[in-house]
Design a protein around this ligand. Structure first.
Ligand code: HEC
Length: 397
């Protein structure tokens, strides 16, 4: 059974990445195209831009029309399935990894003592309520004031990140902030952007003026999606970086990295519209360095208040801890039903294996407390401190 689920997860993840690339890729392409179009060479008054390009051994000429040309509606390509498939496969992954495996992936008894069912309820609820709140905000008078709106949005995202950190394991909290932004993006396409295109096409077919408010509103949602892309992509790779989500200030680091992503995107938008990216890229780099330095200074064991003062810890103590807290998962044949094979390829059955991996063990159990996964085996702070002290002592100084 576990093997079937593993293969299913593999397939769904693969589809998710492919669909995501197709979606974001098309979005990047059109953003770029829009801002690179030159004056059309032909005198056709319906055209307002054209671009010549070469790709894969062929030459292309893209033309942009001011309005919907007559008679092409049935031949229009809509660019929507990539978005829907990305969301559907992403949600399927959430179920396969975080909801079916809620006890180890979603929850952490050291964070909040809630049942898997309650956890899944909060997780799914956060996506739903998040969308409803965002949609409301976009339709409120606040939306007219771009700066105030962005500031409010950033504060809300920070609030959501902080809130999720109070109920889920750090890793799941990160992923759900990303899943929320991804949900907003896909829902924007489904509920606002595509319906606006439909209205545009229908108006032309019926020979009436399209409702311009609908178009303007859809453009705003498109812009939001554009700024969400880079932050969402970071969350999707964040599971590789326990020093971010496992940091005592994980939620604030996430917000900082979102800032880096949004600023970077802003620079591209400026450049694509023929302006200079100006201060945006240097600011993004400075912010990235700032977040990294601050994380380094405030993180490490000190941030989690473990006392790893110079004390001698015997290997016998370490072995007892590893056997009690790690080996149920990290064995050639894991006793934990969730795993067919040692997770992450990590086996901790012999002293040599533990010694060889001590740096990575320190990173995930002492600096960032993301192992044992979901603290499923109930590792104590004292044990983390002992493990940390032994690793510090085992290092050549
Ligand atoms: C409930 C199962 C479980 C337990 C218990 C557990 N781990 Fe893990 N561990 C995992 C999984 C799953 C991964 C793969 C993480 C991923 O999906 O990225 C992993 C990955 C790791 C990694 C590799 C992380 C990296 O990217 O460098 C290390 C090191 C590790 N665990 C150490 C430990 C130690 C030490 C303990 C005991 C203190 C422990 N684990 C307990 C499930 C577990």
């Amino acid at each position: 059974m576990t093997a079937v689920l593993d293969w299913l997860e593999l397939t769904v993840r693969w589809v998710h990445v492919i669909a995501g690339i197709a979606w974001i890729g098309a979005s990047f392409y059109f953003n770029w195209l829009n801002d690179r179009l030159a004056e059309p060479e032909t005198g056709d008054p319906d055209l307002d831009g054209e671009l010549w390009a070469v790709h894969g051994g062929a030459f292309y000429r893209a033309l942009r029309y001011r309005t919907v040309p007559r008679g092409i509606v049935s031949r229009l390509h809509w660019f929507k399935w990539e978005a829907y498939l990305t969301w559907v496969s992403g949600f399927a992954l959430l179920i396969l990894v975080y909801y079916l495996g809620a006890e180890v992936y979603l929850l952490d008894p050291g964070v909040a003592a809630i049942s898997p069912l309650a956890g899944v309820g909060i997780a799914v609820g956060s996506l739903l309520v998040g969308w409803l709140a965002y949609d409301r905000l976009c339709r409120s008078p606040l939306a007219a004031h771009r700066r105030v709106f962005s500031a409010t949005g950033t504060l809300l995202i920070g609030g959501v990140a902080y809130g999720l950190f109070q109920v889920f394991s750090a890793r799941a909290a990160y992923l759900h902030v990303g899943a929320l932004l991804g949900t907003l993006m896909a829902a924007n396409v489904f509920f606002v952007i595509i319906p606006a295109h439909v209205e545009l096409v229908r108006a032309v077919e019926e020979g009436r003026e399209p409702d311009h408010a609908v178009g303007t509103h859809a453009a705003a949602r498109s812009r939001h999606n554009n700024y969400f892309t880079l932050p969402v992509l970071f969350v999707m790779i964040s599971t590789h970086y326990p020093f971010t989500y496992g940091h005592p200030w994980g939620w604030a680091i996430l917000l900082g990295l979102f800032g880096v992503g949004a600023l970077t995107r802003h620079g591209f938008n400026l450049r694509n519209s023929g302006r200079s990216p100006g201060w945006t890229w240097p600011a993004a780099v400075a912010m990235l360095v700032g977040v990294a330095v601050w994380a380094g200074v405030s993180g490490r064991a000190g941030g989690h208040r473990l006392s790893i003062e110079d004390r001698d810890v015997e290997y016998a103590t370490v072995e007892r801890i590893i056997v009690a807290r790690c080996v149920s998962c990290h064995a050639r044949e894991p006793a934990n039903d969730l795993f067919e094979a040692p997770p992450g390829g990590i086996v901790l059955e012999t002293r040599a294996q533990v010694e060889a991996l001590r740096e990575r063990i320190r990173a995930v159990t002492v600096d960032a407390r993301v192992m044992p996964l979901g603290n499923f085996t109930g590792m104590t702070d004292e044990e983390r401190a002992e493990l940390g002290a032994w690793i510090a002592g085992a290092e050549p100084r």
